[in-house]
Design a protein around this ligand. Structure first.
Ligand SMILES: Nc1ncnc2c1ncn2[C@@H]1O[C@H](COP(=O)(O)OP(=O)(O)OP(=O)(O)O)[C@@H](O)[C@H]1O
Ligand SMILES: [Mg+2]
Length: 284
């Protein structure tokens, strides 16, 4: 349906993405990578806001730049820094966005009410955006991106700044929206997509590292993640992934092919996999 073929994007001499190949079908895809990895670059390429330096992006076999307006008509996009007018109400802002997208007025009103309800803002429809929390604003952004009932929904860091309750609400919303469309969302927060993304796309060194289910990504680290009490002496090949607390006191999660002294094997989670994959980048 949507395919990325040998796409390279350079900014001047800097290569942000190199030879990326991906195929998307309806479902939720999480672009999970550290800051600067190229998530926004890929989303902007998919949104036709950037041209690939090399390679091409196809929708049902046709180049998205050749399809032009036809392709943009089936696309919803929430930018990483989504601008809004603080003195507009949610309803006014959606009306404005609907007009920009040339939605017929009669059709727009019904759609706006329906969407405000979907994103849980029906009661706040006539409140000004400046009074909204970060999560409420993100939900307005998602409603804007959903105005045309897009077959492809691109959300760049939609969970930035959300509190835990809003994160749960967001996850449920994405589940509901993803039934029959492609949803691609970027984040560097593992827990935000662990449970909602069917497929996780990881970039490393500006190349595609993998596109796989969370379970399969985690399975690669099976038998290699251990928990030890904090302060345990570790060998040179035994790498601390994270520190935490257990009932018995402070503990470390350690990546190692062989068990460290006193270690308990633990089931690797997506966070362990993320930390293990990006360990040389000094982020663990
Ligand atoms: N217009 C530009 N000109 C030059 N370099 C750019 C430009 N836009 C992005 N870059 C660089 O390309 C790389 C990828 O940037 P991108 O914004 O795609 O990363 P990201 O994964 O979205 O990061 P973040 O998590 O911080 O949003 C970064 O090193 C960035 O500095
Ligand atoms: Mg970004």
């Amino acid at each position: 349906m949507l395919s990325v073929e040998h796409v390279t994007k350079r900014y001047g001499t800097f290569t942000a993405l190199e030879d990326v190949n991906l195929a998307f079908e309806p479902g939720v895809y999480g672009l999970l990578a550290p800051n600067g990895a190229g998530k926004t670059t890929l989303i902007k390429l998919l949104a036709t806001l950037l041209f690939p330096t090399e390679g091409r992006i196809l929708w049902d076999g046709e180049d998205i730049h050749t399809l032009g307006a036809e392709y943009r008509g089936l696309l919803g996009y929430l930018p990483q820094d989504f601008g809004f007018y603080p003195s507009y109400t949610a309803r006014q802002f959606l009306r404005y966005a609907a007009a920009l997208q040339c939605l017929p007025k009669g059709e727009a009103e019904g759609r706006i009410m329906e969407l405000l309800d979907t994103v849980g803002l029906a009661d706040a429809a006539d409140k000004k955006l400046k009074t909204f929390s970060g999560g409420m604003r993100q939900r307005v952004g998602i409603a804007v991106a959903m105005l045309t009932d897009p077959r492809l929904l691109l959300l760049d860091e939609p969970t930035a700044g959300l509190d835990p309750r809003e994160r749960v609400r967001f996850r449920n919303l994405i589940h509901a929206l993803a039934a029959d469309r492609i949803v691609i969302l970027s984040t560097h927060i593992v827990s935000d997509i662990e449970t909602i993304a069917g497929q996780i796309v990881l970039f490393k060194d500006h190349r595609l590292y993998c596109c796989d289910s969370p379970a399969r990504i985690c399975a690669q680290w099976k038998g290699k993640v251990w928990q030890v009490p904090a302060g345990t002496a570790l060998g040179p090949d035994q790498l601390v992934l994270s520190e935490g607390q257990s009932e018995a006191g402070p503990v470390l999660r350690v990546l190692s092919d062989t068990p460290p002294a006193g270690a308990v094997p633990v089931t690797p989670g997506l966070e362990d996999a993320f930390l293990a994959i990006y360990r040389e980048e000094g982020r663990a």
